[in-house]
Every structure is written in structure tokens, then in C-alpha cells.
Design a protein around this ligand. Structure first.
Ligand SMILES: Cc1cc2nc3c(=O)[nH]c(=O)nc-3n(C[C@H](O)[C@H](O)[C@H](O)COP(=O)(O)OP(=O)(O)OC[C@H]3O[C@@H](n4cnc5c(N)ncnc54)[C@H](O)[C@@H]3O)c2cc1C
Length: 365
């Protein structure tokens, strides 16, 4: 596995990638075919990304060439099926959409193992600023609290939902959901489902909640629309309601507060500008309907890295924009369903529709 360093060994690279999440790791892996690659990560590794750690079938398919996912990062139950709940009407619709249940920090560590040895990885090193012109990109990194200038042919912004690189390009940021996730001890077994829950009593700002068994723990999560006030109080309410129905949910060991992209428009997806490419959540690559982001990050990251590897620095963005078109189309298609899914009518319809049809539709969303 690639060793991470505390500072870059050079001041000049072919490609610099900011963010060592799934998008950045895949971009670095592919871009290494062209030449020198520096992958900088703002956090210390292993980083902890608040996440359900549910690997969608698309993710499972994407990672197949990397070999089997090691058993020590797969949690019990190994697979969970997506189940839709209309809580107030006591309707549950199990589907055949099956997720691999992993420990997210362990998964990210395993992905880092897919990097070729010649990728230089520097942790605790945020990219603070950059400027581009026809000769390339000049970037300022923060190393041990001090600014350090480097130059590169292409920069890949894979810096997540609150991408500084996207904002600096002036192409507008994407609104974000507020997410809260409690890790609870489990006193007994939960059914092997990834339960997605709609309930009305929490108010209009509540998008949905979820419960997933994770080994001897369970996650109870809430997703709130952007600018929700007092999300912690509302999440407490969700947890209280779920505890009443699920006595297996034991004491809380941790609470994570994070954000996730709320993709609302086709213009939220932007592959970059000039010599700067945007991958993963930074580029708006995420499912608008399911909150599933890992497969989009992996796929868009790999495409961005491949574009850099096969084209000249000036042409890389055009190649990436074209190769990511199927992903962009998939996001647009899902966007058409979003208003229906979020409406009272859509939720009512979901409850009334035969389970086999809900299952088939969930496959495409
Ligand atoms: C609560 C929650 C639950 C979720 N559950 C699931 C799930 O079960 N399944 C699923 O598929 N998706 C899930 N997602 C979405 C998924 O986690 C993300 O879509 C995915 O991690 C995006 O990958 P990424 O590489 O684009 O960004 P990230 O994984 O966010 O990685 C970005 C990296 O960039 C680094 N960074 C930021 N700024 C800089 C900078 N200036 N310089 C250098 N580095 C920087 C960050 O430290 C971070 O490590 C969930 C999201 C949330 C919030």
C-alpha cells in the first residue's frame, strides 16, 4: 500500500488531486498512467466520513476487479435489502435492492490499497487556493501550517460536498442536506434491512430517516432539508419514535453531524472548468433520489483520472465531460422522479403500489 507522507517531495506534478475519498483515490489511480500524481488529503488518515457504509450494487460491480472485499471490513448482516416504510400508515415495502454492509473507514483504507506505488499521498495537507492559466495550475497547499506553492498540468477537485475548489471556480455550490447519524449499541438482532423511513410528525424539514444494523451496533440516521433549524432536537424525536418500536436499540455511543449533496437541478452537475476537473460530490455526482454517493464518486473519479491520462492537459476536461455523460444522464433521469418521491401523493402512491412494483422501481432509483 502507498505510504502517506507529511509533505510533497516536489514542487511540480503532472496531476494534483485534492481529497482522498473514493473519487480522489480513483482519479489518482487512473491519472498515474500519464505521469506524476500528488494526492493531497486535508484530514489525517484514516479519515472518518460519516456514512451508512451501504455499498450499492453499482459499487459492488465497480470494485469487483479489485478482488474480494476483505471480511474484516464487512459487518453483520453481510447484506441488507432496502425496505421502504411509510411509518404513519404502518406500511413496509421490502425490495430486492441489496447492499453490502461495510465499515466505511475500513472500506476507504482498503481503497487506498488500490493506488499504484508511484502515486504520492500527503495527508493533513489541505489545498487552500489555486489559479489557472494556459500554462497550467498553480496551487497553494498548507503543510505543517505553512503555505507551499506547487504547479501542475491538471488539478482534480475531489474535495467533497463542500468543495472549496468548486466554489473558487465560481460555478456555484450545491445545496446540502443536514445529516445526523447516531451509533447505538444493539441489545438483540434487527432484521437484515436498510430501512428507509418517512414520517410526518417530525415536520416538513425532515426528508427521511434510516435504520441499519452494523455488527453489534446500529445506525439511526436522519436527513433534513437544507437550512433546517434545530436538527438535533428533531433527530432526538426520530430516535425516540424508533426506540419505542425497536427495543433492540440500546444506548448511544456516538453522534455524527455531517452534510450530503442535495442535487436538485441538472446544472448542479459540473465536470469542471479549464484545467480543473471536478469529481465525486465536488462535481455534483451523486444520486438525487437515494443519497447513494459512493458509486458516483468511484465512477466519476475514475473517468476524470482516465481523461487526464489519455489526453493533453487542455483537452482533459472535454474528454471527461463526454465520458461522464452517461452518469450525468442517469442523474437527470432520477431528477425527474424527485418531485414525485418527495410529494405526499408520491408517498401515498408508494404505499398503495404492489411490493413487486416498488421493488422494481427502487432498482432504477
Ligand atoms: C450521513 C451520510 C450517509 C451516507 N451513506 C451512504 C451510503 O450508505 N452509501 C453510499 O453510497 N453513499 C452514502 N453517502 C454518500 C457518500 O458518503 C458520499 O457521496 C461519498 O463519500 C462521496 O465521495 P467523494 O470522494 O466525492 O467525497 P468524500 O468522501 O467526502 O471525500 C472528500 C475528501 O476531500 C477532503 N478534502 C476536503 N477539502 C479538501 C481540501 N481543500 N484539500 C484536500 N482535501 C480536502 C476531505 O477531508 C475528504 O476526505 C452518505 C453520506 C452521508 C453524509
Amino acid at each position: 500500500m502507498v505510504q502517506s507522507n507529511r509533505r510533497p517531495s516536489s514542487d511540480r506534478y503532472d496531476t494534483v488531486i485534492a481529497g482522498a475519498g473514493p473519487a480522489g483515490i480513483m482519479a489518482a489511480r487512473e491519472a498515474a498512467a500519464r505521469g506524476t500524481v500528488l494526492l493531497v488529503e486535508a484530514s489525517r488518515l484514516p479519515r472518518n466520513k460519516s456514512c451508512g457504509g451501504m455499498l450499492h450494487e453499482h459499487t459492488q460491480e465497480f470494485i469487483t476487479p479489485f478482488g474480494p472485499v476483505p471480511d474484516d471490513i464487512v459487518l453483520e448482516p453481510r447484506h441488507v435489502d432496502f425496505r421502504y416504510h411509510d411509518w404513519d400508515r404502518r406500511i413496509a415495502k421490502p425490495t430486492s435492492v441489496r447492499f453490502l454492509n461495510v465499515d466505511r473507514p475500513g472500506f476507504d483504507r482498503w481503497l487506498l490499497g488500490a493506488l499504484p506505488d508511484d502515486v504520492e499521498l500527503v495527508e493533513g495537507c489541505p489545498l487552500d487556493a489555486f489559479a489557472q492559466d494556459e500554462r497550467g495550475v498553480r496551487a497553494i497547499l498548507r503543510v505543517d501550517g505553512e503555505p507551499l506553492g506547487i504547479v501542475c498540468e491538471n488539478l482534480v477537485g475531489a474535495d467533497g460536498a463542500r468543495s472549496m475548489i468548486r466554489r473558487a471556480l465560481g460555478i456555484g455550490s450545491v445545496a446540502t442536506y443536514v445529516t445526523l447519524q447516531d451509533w447505538l449499541c444493539l441489545d438483540g438482532k434487527l432484521e437484515p434491512y436498510f430501512d428507509c423511513i418517512y414520517m410526518r410528525g417530525v415536520g416538513d424539514s425532515f426528508a427521511y430517516g434510516y435504520v441499519v444494523p452494523k455488527g453489534d451496533r446500529a445506525i439511526v440516521g436522519s436527513v433534513f432539508y437544507p437550512r433546517t433549524r434545530r436538527p438535533h432536537q428533531k433527530h432526538d424525536q426520530v430516535v425516540r419514535i424508533l426506540r419505542n418500536a425497536l427495543p433492540q436499540l440500546g444506548p448511544r455511543v456516538d453522534r455524527e453531524a455531517w452534510v450530503a449533496l442535495s442535487v436538485r437541478s441538472r446544472t448542479d452537475v459540473v465536470p469542471g472548468e479549464g484545467r480543473v476537473l471536478l469529481a465525486g460530490e465536488a462535481g455534483g455526482f451523486m444520486s438525487p433520489t437515494s443519497g447513494e454517493g459512493i458509486s458516483y464518486a468511484l465512477r466519476s473519479g475514475a473517468l476524470a483520472g482516465r481523461a487526464v491520462a489519455v489526453s493533453s492537459p487542455d483537452e482533459a476536461l472535454g474528454v471527461f465531460a463526454a465520458s461522464s455523460m452517461p452518469l450525468q444522464r442517469d442523474i437527470r433521469r432520477k431528477l425527474r422522479w424527485l418531485p414525485v418521491m418527495e410529494s405526499e401523493f408520491g408517498k401515498y402512491l408508494g404505499g398503495m403500489t404492489p411490493t413487486s412494483i416498488v421493488s422494481a422501481m427502487t432498482k432504477g432509483l
